[in-house]
Design a binder for this molecule. Sequence first.
Ligand code: ADP
Length: 393
Amino acid sequence: MKIISINAGSSSLKFSLFDMSTEEVLISGVFERIGIENGVYTLKYKGEKIKVEQDLDSHLTAVKILLEKLIELQVISNLEEIEGVGHRLVHGGDKYSESVMITDEVVDDIIKFSDFAPLHNPANALCIKAFKEVLPKTPMVGVFDTAFHQTMEKERFLYPVPYSWYEDYHIRKYGAHGTSHRFIAETLKEELGDKLNIISCHLGNGGSITAIRDGKCVDTSMGFTPHAGIIMGTRSGDIDVSIVPYIMEKEGKSAGEIMDDLNKKSGFLGISGVSSDSRDIEDGIKNGNERCALAQDMYVNSIVKYIAQYYVLLGHVDVIAFTAGIGENSPETRAKVIEKLACLGIKIDLEANNVRGKFTKISTKDSKVAVYVVPTNEELMIARDTLNIINNR
Ligand code: ADP
């Protein structure tokens, strides 16, 4: 059975086509600059990369090209071979706590929740409509990035602000990266068994840390938006909100402009003044750049703060997991984080830690908590949910 997993942004569309009998990726790719000039798409097929420059006026055009290419490259012989489409959906508000078959009501809700994810939700809805037009009979499943965090209790997801903000405007913590954290929890369950208490550290350009008890989210570092929590590539993470009006007045900027500074010019980039990319930060440190070293130290501190908090929250922790771009590929970051957790009896095996992108135990035998690198795979999680929901109709 072939399932296609879709991740649409406002001007991009990423896809992976899976053969679910083996969970092998048959072809994957990305369409970029949709609705902007100089569109381009890249396909990865049989170890080769095919790059085509072509204007892409809409998500529908991108979807049509994608399906034509699948036939042209003989990945499929007809469109009926695609038995399901799984869509990554960014925000399901407080209505969706699991993946669902996409109906008109779901599409209406995605549009309704656009206030919470103004760039992503409208693009998700457009992309669903595009697939509906070209594959009208193929079942589609929605996998919400917020769904996994819906198990948080009220005392964890509420902000200590006037209660009417929650009642009137749904101001609360929603979290993000839920599909990735769930994939980590399920992989660890498969490998190590049931009933695990996990602290899952998704450290990418965006980053979040989640406390998981027996497969369910107890708390997470992102908040009302993906802005909150740990320091990120270009986002500040948690700050004192009073800074916003203060800088608005000092620099004569609007709230929107300050939010832009906090979203796009802060984090690694803001502190280092060099780059949002952890590899550049690590290179900077090697070359003696003090601001890069400061950015890295602050980053590590912000991660340690959440791990320590969730350690106490969970009471007992079986596994700390590192995933995503930095979590999977930066032994330096992992080592610095774990070394700061020595007071909890957590110890890193530096030799085992010298690994990238591979499921590996990186703690010592006598470490009080096992530490693992667990590569994430959100696309596969989406395809698995799609298959399950289609099979259980
Ligand atoms: P996102 O999906 O949020 O855009 P990723 O999970 O791709 O982000 O992570 C991007 C981050 O991962 C960047 O800071 C990048 O430097 C880091 N990263 C990716 N690959 C490597 C690597 N091989 N070594 C070190 N860091 C890496």
